[in-house]
Ligand binder design. Sequence first.
Ligand SMILES: Cc1cc2nc3c(=O)[nH]c(=O)nc-3n(C[C@H](O)[C@H](O)[C@H](O)COP(=O)(O)OP(=O)(O)OC[C@H]3O[C@@H](n4cnc5c(N)ncnc54)[C@H](O)[C@@H]3O)c2cc1C
Ligand SMILES: *[C@@H]1O[C@H](CO)[C@@H](O)[C@H](O)[C@H]1NC(C)=O
Ligand SMILES: *[C@@H]1O[C@H](CO)[C@@H](O)[C@H](O)[C@H]1NC(C)=O
Length: 512
Amino acid sequence: MSTMSLHTLTLTALLFLGLWTTGRRSLASAPELQEQPKKIAVVGAGIGGTAAAYYLRQEFGAGVKIDVFESGTVCGRLATVKVGDHEYETGGLLIHPLNLHMKHFVEKLGIPLRKDVSSKMAIFDGKELTFEESDWFIINFLRMLWQYGFNLLRMQMWVESILDKFMRIYQYQQYGYSFSSVERLLHAMGGDGFLTLMNQTLEEVMIGEGFSQVFLNDFVAPITRVSCGQSVRIHGFAGASSLAGADSGLWAIDGGNRRVCSGLLYNSKSDLIPARVTSIAVKVRPSKTGSTATFYEVSYVGESGSAHSLYDIVLIATPLHQGKSDIAFSGFSPPMPSHYPGRYHQTVSTVVHGLLNMSYLGTTEPASEFTVSDVRTTDSKGSVIHRLTSLDPVHIPDGYKRPPASHAKVWRVSSPQPLSQEQLRDMFLSWDSVSESRWLAHPAYHPPHRKTPPFILHNRLYYLSAVEWAASTMEMSAISARNVALLAHHRWHGQAGKIDQEDLHTRLRGEL
Ligand SMILES: Cc1cc2nc3c(=O)[nH]c(=O)nc-3n(C[C@H](O)[C@H](O)[C@H](O)COP(=O)(O)OP(=O)(O)OC[C@H]3O[C@@H](n4cnc5c(N)ncnc54)[C@H](O)[C@@H]3O)c2cc1C
Ligand SMILES: *[C@@H]1O[C@H](CO)[C@@H](O)[C@H](O)[C@H]1NC(C)=O
Ligand SMILES: *[C@@H]1O[C@H](CO)[C@@H](O)[C@H](O)[C@H]1NC(C)=O
C-alpha cells in the first residue's frame, strides 16, 4: 500500500469516526514520520552492550530486530568462579549507591541485591599494616583524624562536589539529551572543570586543592591501586571516580553481578548470537525512494562457521584496543583503524581457598581475631599485590558470618602480574584451590589526556566503550549505552535539537 492511499484511508476512517482532532494531529506529523530501522547489531554482551540493547528497544520500539554478538561469556568483565559450593566474583565487584542506571536495572528486572556483610579495611605498605579499621566508628574517626588530619573530611567534600555535578547526566538523559563525544558529555556535567580534571593527574589536582603528599601516598594511592590498578598519576576524573568507589554503602547483585546482563538481554527481547565479529563493511544500496541507503555488513564466526548480515545501525560495545578485540573495518573513507591508541592495564584476580600467612602482613595479631576484609596497599616497592580481599559468596546464605583469618576461606588477590608459586607460598600457609583470571581491566590513564575516541565512528556506527577513557565502571558503560542509544535514535530521525545542547543545566532547572 502506498503512503498516499494510507493517508486517504486514515483520513476517511477518522472523519467517519468523528475523530477529526486526533486525525489532524496524526496527519500533521505524518510527513515527518520516518521509517524505523529494521535491524540493529550490538557487538559485545557486557553490561555496556546489554544495557544498549535495553535502551535501543526503549527508543526504537518493538518492531526492530536487535542482535547482540558475544565471542566470550555474556557479561564480559563481570564474571564469577565456583569454589566448593559457592560462586565468587572475579571481575567487577561493587556498585556505588548513586549509580542510578545500575539501580534501575535491578529494580526493573526484579533481581535482589546481595545481603550486606559489613566490611573492614586495612592498609599494607609491603612490610606491615599501617592502618587498620576498628569495629567502632568513634575509634576509626579519631584514628583517621590523628593520622590524616582533616584531609579525609575534605576529600569526602571534594568527591561529593564532583559527584553532585556528575549526577546531572541522569536528568539530561531523562529528557532525552545526548552527546556526540566524551568531552561534550563531561562538559555538560561539569563544565570546563571536568575537562581540566582529564588534563591533570589526580596528584596534581589534589595537591592543588591543598591535600598533603603524605595523605596522597598513604591513603589515596591505595584506593587508586584498588580501583584501577594504577597510581595517583591517573587523570583527575578517573581518580575522583576511584575515590567515590571507596565510599560506604556499596552494593552487589545477589547471585552475581553478571545476572544483570542476561536480564537485560531477556528484557530487551534481543537475540544473542554467540559469535565473534570479525569485520564490519559499509555498503551503499539504492533504496525504494530512488536515493541511496547505507547498511553495515557484519561478518562473524561462530561455532557453526562464518556468516554475515546487513544492519541499519551498528553499536560497538567492546574496547577497540590491542588485546581486547580485533575487528576489521572495510569500505570506510577515510579508513578506520581496528585499534585506537592507548592500552589496557592488566589486573590478575587470583581466587584462593586457603589459610592466610599472617606474618606476610607483618602483623602479630592472632589470626582468630583478624577480621579485616579488604587489605589495600600503598605504592611501595614491597607491594607486589594491589589488594587482598576476603571474598564473600555472591549469594549470602542465612546466618552467614565472615570467618576470621584462622579459618581456611576464600581470598582474592589482585595483582598486575600472575602470582608465582613462591609468592603464593609466602602469602598462604596452605590452600586447596587456586583459580586465576587475567583481565585487561581498565585503560592505562596517562594525562594530559589526548583526545578520546569518538562515540560516532561513522553515519550510523557508534562506539560505546569510548567512555572508558573518562572512567571505567559498570555505571559508566550504562551511561554510555543510554547516550549512544539516544544518539542513534535522534540521528536516525534527524532530531538535532537533542544532541550536544549547551547550558542544559540552567535550561532544565527551569523545567523542574
Ligand atoms: C578485576 C576487575 C574489577 C573491577 N571492579 C569494578 C567494580 O568494583 N565496580 C565497577 O563498577 N566496575 C569494576 N570493574 C570494571 C567493570 O567490570 C567494567 O567497567 C564493565 O564490566 C565493562 O563492561 P563493558 O560491557 O563496557 O565491557 P566488557 O565487559 O569488556 O564487554 C565487552 C564484551 O565484548 C565481547 N567482545 C569483544 N570483542 C568481540 C567481538 N569481536 N565479537 C563479539 N564480542 C566481542 C567480550 O567478550 C566482552 O564480553 C572491574 C573490572 C575488573 C576486570
Ligand atoms: C587539555 O589539554 C589539551 C592538550 O594539552 C588542550 O588542547 C586542551 O585545551 C586542554 N583542556 C583544558 C580544559 O584544559
Ligand atoms: C610467611 O610470611 C613470612 C613473612 O613474609 C615468610 O618469612 C614465611 O616464609 C611465610 N611462610 C610461612 C609458611 O611461614
